[in-house]
Design a protein around this ligand. Structure first.
Ligand SMILES: Cc1cc2nc3c(=O)[nH]c(=O)nc-3n(C[C@H](O)[C@H](O)[C@H](O)COP(=O)(O)O)c2cc1C
Length: 306
C-alpha cells in the first residue's frame, strides 16, 4: 500500500520531480528517513512513516538512496545499489590524494580543439557537486569558437589593465590602507602592480598571457541572492578540473576573467549574464602540452582546533 497524504499534492520545490513516497508494505519503520531528510519531509502518522511535508522536498535523494528496505520511491535516487559497482569502484584514499596533488595548473595547451565529448565528460563532474539546498543552479558557459575567444581577449585585456590601474591608483592614495587594508596595498604595490606591467608587456608582444592560447574557456555563474552559490560554483568548477585531469585535459583557473566579468558591464553583456547573477569561477582548458614530472610541496594547513 502506498500512502499519499493530501499535502503531497502541493507544489514541489522542484517542479516536474514527483515528491518522495513511502511504500508501506516495504517500510520497516526504522525511521532512518526521518533522521536523514534535511527538509523534514517525513512524519509518523498512525505508527506509519509517511512523506508529508513534500512541498519542502529538495530532491536530494537521501531518503531513497539510504532506505534499507527500498521502501521509498524518489525520482532523484537511482534504483541500482551502489554496492553493485563492486568494492574497488571508489578510489582509495591514496589514489584520491594523488589525484588531488597531481592536478596542477596547465598553461600550455596543444593546438587542438577540445571535443564536445570531452567537454561533456568534464561537465559531468560538475553535475554531481553539492549545491546549497540542492539547488543545482550552476550555470556553465563554455567558449570554444576561436573567433569568440579572440573577441573576448580583445575586450578583456584592456578591462584587466583598467581595473589594475584603478587599484594601483587607489593604493597610492594617502588613506589607501584605510580603504583597502595593509595587505592589499602591499600586494598592489609590490606584486600585482609590477606583475601587471610584465603581463601587459608580454601580451603586447603577441603572447597570450590571459588565456594561454587555450582552445576553451569555462565560466560558472549563479544567482547572487543565494549566499551559497559561490561555494557551489567553485566546487563544481574544481570537480570539473579534476575530471579533466583524468582525461589529459589541463586547466588553469582564471581570476582575470572572473573579476572582469563581475566588474565590467561590457564583458558581462558579452556573456549575457544578468545583473542578478555573478561569475564565481573561470578556467581555461585544453589538451595538456606539458608533463609535470614531480609533485610539489605546500604549506602545512592553517587549522584552528576547538
Ligand atoms: C581562484 C583562482 C584564480 C586564478 N587565476 C589565475 C589567473 O588568472 N591566471 C593564471 O595564470 N593562474 C591563475 N590561477 C592559478 C594559480 O596561480 C595556481 O593555482 C597556483 O599557483 C598553484 O598552482 P597549481 O594550480 O599548479 O597547484 C588561479 C587559481 C585560482 C584558485
Amino acid at each position: 500500500m502506498t500512502t499519499r497524504p493530501a499535502s503531497q499534492q502541493m507544489k514541489s520545490t522542484f517542479p516536474g520531480s514527483p515528491p518522495p513516497r513511502v511504500i508501506q508494505r516495504k517500510c520497516t519503520r526504522c525511521g532512518l528517513c526521518l533522521t536523514v531528510c534535511p527538509a523534514n519531509v517525513f512524519e509518523i502518522h498512525n505508527k506509519r512513516i509517511a512523506a508529508v511535508k513534500t512541498q519542502y522536498c529538495i530532491q536530494c535523494g537521501h531518503c531513497g538512496s539510504m532506505c534499507p528496505s527500498n521502501a521509498i520511491v524518489v525520482s532523484s535516487a537511482e534504483t541500482k545499489k551502489l554496492s553493485a559497482l563492486g568494492p574497488d569502484a571508489l578510489p582509495s584514499p591514496r589514489s584520491l590524494q594523488l589525484l588531488l596533488r597531481s592536478r596542477r595548473s596547465v598553461r600550455r595547451y596543444k593546438r587542438k580543439p577540445l571535443t564536445k565529448k570531452d567537454l561533456h565528460t568534464i561537465i559531468e563532474a560538475g553535475r554531481y557537486t553539492a549545491t546549497g539546498s540542492n539547488s543545482q543552479n550552476i550555470r556553465y558557459m563554455v567558449v570554444t569558437d576561436p573567433k569568440k575567444i579572440a573577441e573576448l581577449r580583445e575586450i578583456t585585456v584592456p578591462a584587466v589593465m583598467k581595473l589594475f590601474a584603478t587599484a594601483a591608483k587607489t593604493a597610492s592614495l594617502p588613506f589607501a590602507s584605510y580603504l583597502l587594508g595593509d595587505a592589499l596595498v602591499d600586494k598592489l604595490k609590490n606584486q600585482y602592480g609590477p606583475g601587471m606591467k610584465l603581463f601587459y608587456e608580454r601580451q603586447s608582444r603577441g603572447e597570450d598571457r590571459l588565456f594561454f592560447d587555450a582552445p576553451a574557456i569555462m565560466l560558472v555563474c549563479g544567482d547572487r541572492w543565494d549566499e551559497t552559490t559561490g561555494f557551489s560554483c567553485a566546487a563544481a568548477l574544481y570537480n570539473c578540473s579534476l575530471k579533466a585531469h583524468t582525461i589529459g585535459v589541463g586547466c588553469c583557473f582564471n581570476g582575470f576573467i572572473q573579476t572582469t566579468v563581475n566588474n565590467n558591464p561590457k564583458i558581462r553583456k558579452w556573456f549575457g549574464i544578468p545583473r542578478s547573477q555573478k561569475c564565481y569561477g573561470a578556467m581555461t582548458l585544453g589538451y595538456q602540452d606539458v608533463q609535470y614530472n614531480r609533485l610539489v610541496k605546500r604549506k602545512q594547513p592553517d587549522v584552528t582546533w576547538f
